[in-house]
Ligand binder design. Sequence first.
Ligand code: GDP
Length: 472
Amino acid sequence: NELASMMDVSVTQIISTCMSLGMFVSINQRLDAETLTIVADEFGYQVDFVKPTEEEINLEEEDEDDDLLPRAPIVTVMGHVDHGKTSLLDFIRKTNVISGEAGGITQHIGAYEVKLEDGRKITFLDTPGHEAFTAMRARGAQATDIAIIVIAADDSVMPQTREAINHAQAAGVPIVFAFNKIDKPGANPDKVREQLSAMNILVEEWGGKYQTQEISAKSGLNIDLLLEKVLLEAEILDLKANPNKRAVGTVIEAALDKGRGIVTTVLIQAGTLRVGDPILAGCYSGRVKALSNERGQKVDQAGPSTPVQVLGMQGAPTAGDKFNAMESEPEAREIANKRLQLQREQGLRTQKHITLDEIGRRLAIGNFKELNIIVKGDVDGSIEALSDSLLKLSTQEIQVNIIHKSVGQISESDVLLASASDAIIIGFQVRPSSGARKLAEQEEIDIRLYSIIYDAINEVKAAMEGMLAPEF
Ligand code: GDP
């Protein structure tokens, strides 16, 4: 209807044009960018896409430099299974390394804040692992400042350790390594340092930039030192936020509680959230009825880098959804309804990911500069050979990045990383798991399977050449 009136043609003409394209549309249906372009072209119009109004995409109030105050770092713990992630998070939660309130934090609300004796704070996301981290990124949420990667010193760098490193690096999040289980007789942290250096990760003790700390998550040995290093990393990042504006944050968890209604854990990233504020998260709105912290205590307000449980959402948003305090409840409701409608019309997806076939078009539109690739294969040798050759395809116009490579079938975590980093996945002599295939369909991730290295290289090369913008 809108398009028809903009072009001054009848709605039926638009609908029949869509039908000729094989689309059956209703009068109020939203059309995607490509369809709009084609339909408009049929009527001799060219579509010029303007960004949605500022209010619709960015609900956050702008900051002046003077408004920005230091904020606590937000940390995610990652690492291979059984290397001690949960033990580390539990120790930090339960003990007073970490002074202040007596007793530990007994609740699990998805995130918690700890306070050191000198008053400095660190916020931990309580769901360990790079999968959760990357799933949030895939939804557009960047809620981690620093990653602690735990490696059991009696074991070695394992596949999920590598994954965690690659996922953190793909997100540009600095890493502090915790060499755990140092109490065990077989612990050999130097072996781990060596394995890391073989991956081009040089630890500080060996002249590199990565901080490490030997710890025992079980006994708590040196965990205070680990936190010091995290804070040092945070200092370098110079983390700041404006506490004096309407709150902006990310949804960490949401659940229905029989007695209390929807309980949403939100990590506030800027501004301050107060009881009574109108709120919006994902496709739902509401008003803050009550706030409580990770100790189950009622609080009146929550500022930057604070996790807080919010009562008063009308529906349960999804982890990773943006959270905004709004000026008025009707405004929040209106945007929520609009989003809900959009979601119904377009399915869950909002962002299209790169495919080999699409590269040419993207380049023609403008600034396609990097091609991110994840390489999975059956043996190390072929993965290395393939990755090297792909990297060599880089040209002045397009930089090829191998953001992750490892042996094994294509997993859901690979697909999530591809979604978060807009990458394609190349499988050499391996296939995706059924879960990965489903997720790839949903996220529209391009998975290419090859059994001959030469074919893989040629196809990527052809795509890149097809996409090379003509030089005049
Ligand atoms: P996650 O899978 O990475 O979360 O690992 P967990 O925290 O569940 O730990 C796996 C196992 O290692 C558990 O049995 C822990 O008790 C044990 N563990 C964790 N940290 C240490 C440690 O510092 N020393 C020793 N000896 N055992 C540990």
